[in-house]
Design a protein around this ligand. Structure first.
Ligand code: HEM
Length: 413
Protein backbone atom coordinates (compact mmCIF):
# COMPACT_ATOMS: atom_id res chain seq x y z
CA UNK A 1 0.00 0.00 0.00
CA UNK A 2 1.42 3.39 -0.97
CA UNK A 3 1.52 6.21 1.57
CA UNK A 4 -1.29 8.20 -0.04
CA UNK A 5 -3.53 5.13 -0.18
CA UNK A 6 -3.47 4.70 3.61
CA UNK A 7 -6.51 6.10 5.39
CA UNK A 8 -6.57 5.22 9.07
CA UNK A 9 -10.03 6.79 9.40
CA UNK A 10 -11.62 4.31 7.02
CA UNK A 11 -12.91 1.61 9.36
CA UNK A 12 -14.33 -0.70 6.69
CA UNK A 13 -11.65 -0.05 4.11
CA UNK A 14 -8.48 -0.05 6.23
CA UNK A 15 -9.21 -1.82 9.50
CA UNK A 16 -10.68 -4.93 7.91
CA UNK A 17 -7.60 -5.54 5.73
CA UNK A 18 -5.53 -8.67 6.48
CA UNK A 19 -3.12 -8.12 9.37
CA UNK A 20 -0.09 -8.44 7.10
CA UNK A 21 -1.37 -5.60 4.87
CA UNK A 22 -2.13 -3.46 7.92
CA UNK A 23 1.35 -4.13 9.31
CA UNK A 24 2.95 -3.17 6.00
CA UNK A 25 0.94 0.07 5.87
CA UNK A 26 2.11 1.07 9.35
CA UNK A 27 5.67 0.25 8.35
CA UNK A 28 5.25 2.65 5.42
CA UNK A 29 3.94 5.31 7.79
CA UNK A 30 6.83 4.84 10.23
CA UNK A 31 9.33 5.06 7.40
CA UNK A 32 7.84 7.82 5.25
CA UNK A 33 5.61 9.97 7.46
CA UNK A 34 5.65 8.81 11.09
CA UNK A 35 3.35 11.62 12.28
CA UNK A 36 0.81 11.87 9.49
CA UNK A 37 -2.39 13.92 9.56
CA UNK A 38 -5.74 12.21 8.90
CA UNK A 39 -9.16 13.76 8.52
CA UNK A 40 -11.93 12.46 10.77
CA UNK A 41 -14.75 10.88 8.87
CA UNK A 42 -18.28 12.08 9.24
CA UNK A 43 -20.56 9.36 10.58
CA UNK A 44 -24.31 9.20 10.73
CA UNK A 45 -24.16 9.95 14.44
CA UNK A 46 -21.20 12.27 15.00
CA UNK A 47 -20.08 15.42 13.22
CA UNK A 48 -16.47 15.15 12.01
CA UNK A 49 -13.84 16.63 14.32
CA UNK A 50 -10.77 18.60 13.23
CA UNK A 51 -8.67 15.55 12.34
CA UNK A 52 -5.68 14.00 14.11
CA UNK A 53 -2.00 13.18 13.80
CA UNK A 54 -1.20 9.45 13.85
CA UNK A 55 1.84 8.78 16.05
CA UNK A 56 3.38 5.57 14.77
CA UNK A 57 6.98 5.49 16.09
CA UNK A 58 7.73 3.88 19.45
CA UNK A 59 9.89 6.78 20.66
CA UNK A 60 7.17 9.37 19.97
CA UNK A 61 4.48 7.31 21.74
CA UNK A 62 6.74 6.99 24.79
CA UNK A 63 7.54 10.71 24.73
CA UNK A 64 3.88 11.78 24.48
CA UNK A 65 2.79 9.35 27.25
CA UNK A 66 5.48 10.74 29.55
CA UNK A 67 4.32 14.32 29.22
CA UNK A 68 0.69 14.69 30.30
CA UNK A 69 1.28 18.40 30.89
CA UNK A 70 1.76 18.78 27.12
CA UNK A 71 -0.47 15.95 25.91
CA UNK A 72 -3.57 15.66 28.05
CA UNK A 73 -6.18 12.91 28.38
CA UNK A 74 -8.94 15.10 29.79
CA UNK A 75 -10.42 15.99 26.39
CA UNK A 76 -10.99 12.33 25.60
CA UNK A 77 -8.85 9.33 24.72
CA UNK A 78 -10.67 8.16 21.60
CA UNK A 79 -10.55 9.95 18.29
CA UNK A 80 -13.99 11.59 18.14
CA UNK A 81 -15.02 14.15 20.74
CA UNK A 82 -17.86 12.39 22.46
CA UNK A 83 -21.02 14.21 23.51
CA UNK A 84 -20.95 15.41 27.16
CA UNK A 85 -23.62 12.93 28.31
CA UNK A 86 -21.01 10.22 27.81
CA UNK A 87 -18.87 11.59 30.64
CA UNK A 88 -21.33 10.33 33.20
CA UNK A 89 -20.50 6.68 32.51
CA UNK A 90 -17.32 6.81 30.50
CA UNK A 91 -15.47 9.67 32.20
CA UNK A 92 -13.41 7.74 34.70
CA UNK A 93 -9.74 8.33 35.34
CA UNK A 94 -8.53 7.23 31.93
CA UNK A 95 -10.00 10.47 30.56
CA UNK A 96 -8.92 12.77 33.40
CA UNK A 97 -5.81 14.82 34.10
CA UNK A 98 -4.18 15.72 37.40
CA UNK A 99 -5.17 16.60 40.03
CA UNK A 100 -8.43 14.66 39.52
CA UNK A 101 -6.64 11.75 37.87
CA UNK A 102 -4.07 11.40 40.66
CA UNK A 103 -6.78 11.52 43.33
CA UNK A 104 -8.87 8.79 41.71
CA UNK A 105 -5.89 6.62 40.86
CA UNK A 106 -4.67 6.83 44.46
CA UNK A 107 -8.06 5.78 45.78
CA UNK A 108 -8.53 2.82 43.46
CA UNK A 109 -4.87 1.73 43.43
CA UNK A 110 -5.56 0.40 46.93
CA UNK A 111 -7.45 -2.42 45.25
CA UNK A 112 -4.59 -3.35 42.94
CA UNK A 113 -1.75 -3.71 45.41
CA UNK A 114 0.34 -6.91 45.22
CA UNK A 115 -1.34 -8.00 48.48
CA UNK A 116 -4.84 -7.64 47.01
CA UNK A 117 -3.72 -9.42 43.86
CA UNK A 118 -2.05 -12.21 45.82
CA UNK A 119 -5.37 -12.77 47.55
CA UNK A 120 -7.13 -13.36 44.27
CA UNK A 121 -4.39 -15.61 42.84
CA UNK A 122 -6.18 -18.72 44.02
CA UNK A 123 -9.43 -17.46 42.49
CA UNK A 124 -7.70 -17.01 39.14
CA UNK A 125 -6.29 -20.54 39.30
CA UNK A 126 -9.60 -22.12 40.27
CA UNK A 127 -11.51 -20.17 37.62
CA UNK A 128 -8.96 -21.07 34.91
CA UNK A 129 -9.24 -24.76 35.78
CA UNK A 130 -13.02 -24.73 35.57
CA UNK A 131 -13.02 -22.79 32.29
CA UNK A 132 -10.59 -25.22 30.63
CA UNK A 133 -12.60 -28.19 31.93
CA UNK A 134 -15.70 -26.69 30.34
CA UNK A 135 -13.81 -26.15 27.09
CA UNK A 136 -12.87 -29.86 27.08
CA UNK A 137 -16.51 -30.75 27.51
CA UNK A 138 -17.45 -28.58 24.52
CA UNK A 139 -15.07 -30.69 22.46
CA UNK A 140 -12.79 -30.00 19.48
CA UNK A 141 -14.20 -27.65 16.84
CA UNK A 142 -15.73 -25.22 19.34
CA UNK A 143 -15.24 -21.45 19.41
CA UNK A 144 -12.22 -20.74 21.60
CA UNK A 145 -13.31 -17.13 22.25
CA UNK A 146 -16.80 -17.73 23.54
CA UNK A 147 -16.05 -21.11 25.14
CA UNK A 148 -12.81 -20.13 26.86
CA UNK A 149 -10.96 -16.83 26.36
CA UNK A 150 -13.86 -14.54 27.22
CA UNK A 151 -14.74 -16.00 30.59
CA UNK A 152 -11.69 -15.61 32.77
CA UNK A 153 -11.51 -11.78 32.60
CA UNK A 154 -15.26 -11.36 33.13
CA UNK A 155 -15.27 -13.71 36.09
CA UNK A 156 -12.19 -12.18 37.71
CA UNK A 157 -13.41 -8.57 37.41
CA UNK A 158 -16.90 -9.48 38.60
CA UNK A 159 -15.57 -11.52 41.52
CA UNK A 160 -13.18 -8.71 42.46
CA UNK A 161 -16.07 -6.27 42.53
CA UNK A 162 -18.49 -8.66 44.28
CA UNK A 163 -20.88 -8.90 41.31
CA UNK A 164 -23.00 -12.04 41.72
CA UNK A 165 -22.41 -14.96 39.33
CA UNK A 166 -25.93 -14.60 37.92
CA UNK A 167 -24.93 -11.22 36.45
CA UNK A 168 -21.65 -12.24 34.79
CA UNK A 169 -23.19 -12.97 31.41
CA UNK A 170 -24.98 -9.63 31.52
CA UNK A 171 -21.69 -7.81 32.22
CA UNK A 172 -20.13 -9.71 29.31
CA UNK A 173 -22.93 -8.64 26.92
CA UNK A 174 -22.84 -4.97 27.99
CA UNK A 175 -19.05 -4.84 27.62
CA UNK A 176 -19.32 -6.28 24.12
CA UNK A 177 -21.67 -3.47 23.15
CA UNK A 178 -19.48 -0.72 24.63
CA UNK A 179 -16.38 -1.87 22.79
CA UNK A 180 -18.07 -3.04 19.60
CA UNK A 181 -17.56 0.23 17.71
CA UNK A 182 -20.81 -0.56 16.02
CA UNK A 183 -19.75 -4.01 14.72
CA UNK A 184 -23.09 -5.35 13.46
CA UNK A 185 -22.68 -8.58 15.42
CA UNK A 186 -23.18 -6.60 18.64
CA UNK A 187 -25.29 -3.65 17.52
CA UNK A 188 -28.18 -4.56 15.26
CA UNK A 189 -28.51 -2.82 11.90
CA UNK A 190 -30.40 0.46 12.16
CA UNK A 191 -29.80 0.92 15.91
CA UNK A 192 -27.97 4.13 16.88
CA UNK A 193 -24.62 2.88 18.27
CA UNK A 194 -24.21 5.92 20.54
CA UNK A 195 -27.53 5.15 22.20
CA UNK A 196 -26.54 1.51 22.52
CA UNK A 197 -23.21 2.49 24.20
CA UNK A 198 -25.00 4.83 26.59
CA UNK A 199 -27.63 2.22 27.41
CA UNK A 200 -24.96 -0.40 28.15
CA UNK A 201 -22.97 2.07 30.28
CA UNK A 202 -26.08 3.01 32.25
CA UNK A 203 -26.96 -0.65 32.80
CA UNK A 204 -23.49 -1.43 34.20
CA UNK A 205 -23.62 1.70 36.37
CA UNK A 206 -27.00 0.66 37.79
CA UNK A 207 -25.64 -2.80 38.58
CA UNK A 208 -22.66 -1.26 40.37
CA UNK A 209 -24.91 1.08 42.31
CA UNK A 210 -26.88 -1.86 43.58
CA UNK A 211 -23.79 -3.83 44.61
CA UNK A 212 -22.19 -0.75 46.21
CA UNK A 213 -25.36 -0.05 48.20
CA UNK A 214 -24.98 -3.43 49.88
CA UNK A 215 -21.27 -2.87 50.50
CA UNK A 216 -21.57 0.56 52.17
CA UNK A 217 -20.39 0.22 55.76
CA UNK A 218 -20.04 -3.56 55.36
CA UNK A 219 -16.89 -5.59 55.99
CA UNK A 220 -16.76 -7.83 52.90
CA UNK A 221 -13.34 -8.37 51.35
CA UNK A 222 -14.06 -7.52 47.72
CA UNK A 223 -12.84 -4.43 45.89
CA UNK A 224 -16.24 -2.74 46.04
CA UNK A 225 -16.15 -2.87 49.84
CA UNK A 226 -12.59 -1.51 49.79
CA UNK A 227 -13.55 1.31 47.40
CA UNK A 228 -16.86 2.26 48.98
CA UNK A 229 -15.24 2.49 52.37
CA UNK A 230 -11.80 3.76 51.26
CA UNK A 231 -10.78 7.12 52.58
CA UNK A 232 -7.60 9.01 51.80
CA UNK A 233 -7.13 12.26 53.71
CA UNK A 234 -10.85 12.40 54.40
CA UNK A 235 -11.63 11.94 50.71
CA UNK A 236 -14.03 9.25 49.47
CA UNK A 237 -15.20 8.07 46.06
CA UNK A 238 -18.62 9.41 45.12
CA UNK A 239 -21.15 6.90 43.87
CA UNK A 240 -20.91 8.39 40.34
CA UNK A 241 -17.12 7.92 40.46
CA UNK A 242 -17.52 4.34 41.58
CA UNK A 243 -19.99 3.63 38.79
CA UNK A 244 -17.84 5.06 36.05
CA UNK A 245 -14.79 3.28 37.49
CA UNK A 246 -16.66 -0.02 37.22
CA UNK A 247 -17.64 0.73 33.62
CA UNK A 248 -13.96 1.52 32.92
CA UNK A 249 -12.81 -1.71 34.59
CA UNK A 250 -15.23 -3.74 32.49
CA UNK A 251 -14.25 -1.95 29.31
CA UNK A 252 -10.51 -1.84 30.00
CA UNK A 253 -10.09 -5.22 31.61
CA UNK A 254 -12.36 -7.60 29.73
CA UNK A 255 -11.80 -7.39 26.01
CA UNK A 256 -8.12 -6.61 26.28
CA UNK A 257 -7.33 -9.72 28.30
CA UNK A 258 -9.75 -11.84 26.27
CA UNK A 259 -8.15 -10.76 23.00
CA UNK A 260 -4.66 -11.41 24.32
CA UNK A 261 -5.70 -14.95 25.18
CA UNK A 262 -7.30 -15.44 21.74
CA UNK A 263 -4.39 -13.99 19.75
CA UNK A 264 -2.10 -16.10 21.92
CA UNK A 265 -3.63 -19.31 20.59
CA UNK A 266 -3.19 -18.09 17.02
CA UNK A 267 0.47 -17.15 17.58
CA UNK A 268 1.30 -20.43 19.34
CA UNK A 269 -0.43 -22.42 16.58
CA UNK A 270 1.42 -20.55 13.85
CA UNK A 271 4.73 -21.07 15.66
CA UNK A 272 4.91 -24.72 16.77
CA UNK A 273 8.59 -24.49 17.69
CA UNK A 274 7.77 -21.61 20.10
CA UNK A 275 4.88 -23.60 21.52
CA UNK A 276 7.22 -26.58 22.04
CA UNK A 277 9.73 -24.33 23.78
CA UNK A 278 7.01 -22.98 26.06
CA UNK A 279 5.78 -26.48 26.85
CA UNK A 280 9.29 -27.66 27.64
CA UNK A 281 9.17 -25.51 30.78
CA UNK A 282 5.92 -23.63 31.40
CA UNK A 283 7.12 -22.00 34.59
CA UNK A 284 10.26 -20.53 33.02
CA UNK A 285 8.89 -19.44 29.65
CA UNK A 286 5.34 -18.31 30.44
CA UNK A 287 6.18 -14.74 31.54
CA UNK A 288 8.09 -14.19 28.26
CA UNK A 289 5.24 -15.71 26.26
CA UNK A 290 2.68 -13.45 27.94
CA UNK A 291 4.70 -10.33 27.23
CA UNK A 292 5.26 -11.35 23.61
CA UNK A 293 1.55 -12.08 23.14
CA UNK A 294 0.64 -8.62 24.47
CA UNK A 295 3.31 -6.98 22.30
CA UNK A 296 2.20 -8.62 19.06
CA UNK A 297 -1.54 -8.48 19.79
CA UNK A 298 -1.47 -4.90 21.14
CA UNK A 299 -5.14 -5.39 22.08
CA UNK A 300 -5.70 -1.63 22.45
CA UNK A 301 -5.03 -0.18 19.01
CA UNK A 302 -4.92 3.47 20.00
CA UNK A 303 -5.41 6.10 22.67
CA UNK A 304 -5.55 9.79 21.97
CA UNK A 305 -4.03 12.83 23.66
CA UNK A 306 -4.81 16.51 23.11
CA UNK A 307 -2.10 19.16 22.94
CA UNK A 308 -2.32 21.66 25.81
CA UNK A 309 -0.40 24.67 24.43
CA UNK A 310 1.09 26.17 21.30
CA UNK A 311 4.49 25.32 19.86
CA UNK A 312 4.84 21.87 21.40
CA UNK A 313 7.49 19.69 19.74
CA UNK A 314 7.15 15.96 19.15
CA UNK A 315 9.06 13.82 16.67
CA UNK A 316 10.39 16.89 14.87
CA UNK A 317 6.94 18.39 14.34
CA UNK A 318 5.32 21.35 16.00
CA UNK A 319 1.83 21.17 17.47
CA UNK A 320 -0.63 23.76 18.75
CA UNK A 321 -3.34 23.89 21.42
CA UNK A 322 -6.15 21.38 20.86
CA UNK A 323 -4.34 19.39 18.18
CA UNK A 324 -5.24 15.73 18.54
CA UNK A 325 -2.51 13.12 18.50
CA UNK A 326 -3.36 9.42 18.35
CA UNK A 327 -0.85 6.84 19.54
CA UNK A 328 -0.93 3.55 17.62
CA UNK A 329 0.49 1.03 20.09
CA UNK A 330 0.65 -1.90 17.68
CA UNK A 331 2.76 0.19 15.33
CA UNK A 332 5.14 1.23 18.13
CA UNK A 333 5.38 -2.43 19.11
CA UNK A 334 6.57 -3.32 15.59
CA UNK A 335 9.13 -0.53 15.31
CA UNK A 336 12.45 -1.87 13.94
CA UNK A 337 14.31 0.79 15.94
CA UNK A 338 13.32 -1.02 19.13
CA UNK A 339 12.53 -4.64 18.21
CA UNK A 340 14.61 -6.96 16.00
CA UNK A 341 12.46 -8.97 13.59
CA UNK A 342 9.36 -7.30 15.04
CA UNK A 343 6.85 -9.47 13.17
CA UNK A 344 8.34 -12.69 14.55
CA UNK A 345 6.73 -14.28 17.61
CA UNK A 346 9.69 -14.90 19.90
CA UNK A 347 8.94 -15.53 23.54
CA UNK A 348 12.61 -15.21 24.48
CA UNK A 349 12.95 -11.62 23.26
CA UNK A 350 13.65 -8.76 25.67
CA UNK A 351 10.26 -7.10 25.93
CA UNK A 352 10.90 -4.52 28.61
CA UNK A 353 10.04 -1.75 26.14
CA UNK A 354 6.83 -3.20 24.74
CA UNK A 355 3.97 -0.68 25.03
CA UNK A 356 0.88 -2.88 24.80
CA UNK A 357 -0.11 -1.67 28.28
CA UNK A 358 0.51 1.94 27.27
CA UNK A 359 3.58 4.14 27.34
CA UNK A 360 5.28 5.07 30.61
CA UNK A 361 3.39 7.79 32.46
CA UNK A 362 0.49 8.37 34.84
CA UNK A 363 -2.05 6.40 32.77
CA UNK A 364 0.02 3.23 32.43
CA UNK A 365 -2.39 0.30 32.67
CA UNK A 366 -3.62 -0.16 36.23
CA UNK A 367 -4.51 -3.79 35.50
CA UNK A 368 -1.26 -4.86 33.82
CA UNK A 369 -0.23 -7.26 36.63
CA UNK A 370 -3.69 -8.71 36.85
CA UNK A 371 -3.88 -9.19 33.07
CA UNK A 372 -0.44 -10.85 32.95
CA UNK A 373 -1.44 -13.16 35.74
CA UNK A 374 -4.68 -14.20 34.04
CA UNK A 375 -3.03 -14.93 30.70
CA UNK A 376 -0.21 -16.78 32.45
CA UNK A 377 -2.47 -18.97 34.60
CA UNK A 378 -4.95 -19.69 31.81
CA UNK A 379 -2.22 -20.81 29.39
CA UNK A 380 -0.58 -23.02 32.01
CA UNK A 381 -3.90 -24.71 32.61
CA UNK A 382 -4.70 -24.96 28.92
CA UNK A 383 -1.35 -26.44 27.92
CA UNK A 384 -1.47 -28.87 30.83
CA UNK A 385 -5.01 -30.14 30.26
CA UNK A 386 -4.95 -29.92 26.44
CA UNK A 387 -1.29 -29.93 25.37
CA UNK A 388 -2.03 -30.20 21.66
CA UNK A 389 -4.72 -27.50 21.49
CA UNK A 390 -4.40 -25.28 18.42
CA UNK A 391 -6.37 -22.77 16.39
CA UNK A 392 -8.10 -24.57 13.54
CA UNK A 393 -9.13 -21.51 11.56
CA UNK A 394 -8.39 -17.86 11.00
CA UNK A 395 -9.43 -15.39 13.72
CA UNK A 396 -12.75 -13.68 12.93
CA UNK A 397 -11.74 -10.10 13.74
CA UNK A 398 -13.76 -7.26 15.24
CA UNK A 399 -14.37 -4.42 12.82
CA UNK A 400 -12.65 -1.70 14.85
CA UNK A 401 -9.83 0.85 14.86
CA UNK A 402 -9.78 0.79 18.69
CA UNK A 403 -9.81 -2.81 19.90
CA UNK A 404 -7.76 -5.44 18.10
CA UNK A 405 -10.47 -7.95 18.79
CA UNK A 406 -11.07 -11.58 17.90
CA UNK A 407 -14.79 -12.33 17.87
CA UNK A 408 -14.46 -16.03 17.11
CA UNK A 409 -11.66 -18.55 16.65
CA UNK A 410 -12.25 -22.23 16.10
CA UNK A 411 -9.95 -24.54 18.00
CA UNK A 412 -9.15 -28.20 18.04
CA UNK A 413 -7.03 -30.79 19.91
C1 HEM B 1 -3.80 -7.43 28.12
C2 HEM B 1 -4.66 -6.71 28.79
C3 HEM B 1 -4.66 -5.20 28.85
C4 HEM B 1 -4.17 -4.29 27.96
C5 HEM B 1 -3.48 -4.55 26.63
C6 HEM B 1 -4.43 -2.97 28.52
C7 HEM B 1 -4.05 -1.78 27.92
C8 HEM B 1 -4.12 -0.54 28.52
C9 HEM B 1 -3.56 0.67 27.98
C10 HEM B 1 -2.83 0.79 26.63
C11 HEM B 1 -3.79 1.67 28.88
C12 HEM B 1 -3.24 3.09 28.77
C13 HEM B 1 -4.24 4.19 28.69
C14 HEM B 1 -3.62 5.53 28.38
O1 HEM B 1 -2.39 5.72 28.38
O2 HEM B 1 -4.40 6.46 28.10
C15 HEM B 1 -4.55 1.10 29.97
C16 HEM B 1 -5.04 1.78 31.06
C17 HEM B 1 -5.87 1.23 32.02
N1 HEM B 1 -6.14 -0.12 32.18
FE1 HEM B 1 -5.51 -1.62 31.02
N2 HEM B 1 -5.09 -3.12 29.71
C18 HEM B 1 -5.24 -4.46 29.96
C19 HEM B 1 -5.84 -5.04 31.06
C20 HEM B 1 -6.45 -4.36 32.08
C21 HEM B 1 -7.12 -4.96 33.20
C22 HEM B 1 -7.23 -6.45 33.47
C23 HEM B 1 -7.62 -3.92 33.95
C24 HEM B 1 -8.41 -3.95 35.23
C25 HEM B 1 -9.08 -4.94 35.69
C26 HEM B 1 -7.22 -2.69 33.32
C27 HEM B 1 -7.52 -1.43 33.78
C28 HEM B 1 -7.00 -0.26 33.26
C29 HEM B 1 -7.29 1.05 33.82
C30 HEM B 1 -8.18 1.34 35.02
C31 HEM B 1 -6.58 1.99 33.03
C32 HEM B 1 -6.55 3.50 33.20
C33 HEM B 1 -5.40 3.91 34.07
C34 HEM B 1 -5.28 5.42 34.24
O3 HEM B 1 -5.84 6.18 33.46
O4 HEM B 1 -4.61 5.81 35.21
N3 HEM B 1 -6.51 -2.99 32.19
N4 HEM B 1 -4.71 -0.26 29.74
Amino acid sequence: MKLDEIDLSDIDGFWTLPMSVRDAAFETLRREDPIRFFAELETEYLAPGPGYYAITKHADIVEASRHPELFKSGSGVNIPDLPPEFNEFFGSMIALDDPRHARLRKLVAAGFTPRMLQRNMEDVETAAKTIVERLREEGPGCDFVTACAAWLPVKIICDMMGIPESQHEFVFDMTNIILSQGDPEFIPEGENPLEAFLGAGAALAALMDDVAGHADGGDGDDLTHALVNAEIDGDKLSSAELQSFFVLLCAAGNETTRNSISWGLTYLSENPEQKALLQSDLETHMPGAVEEIVRLASPVIHFRRTVTRDQVQLGGKEFNTDDKIVMFYGSGNRDHDVFDDPYVFDLTRDNKDQIGFGGPGPHFCLGAHLARRQINVLYKELLTQLPDIHASGEPDRLRSNFINGVKHLSCSW
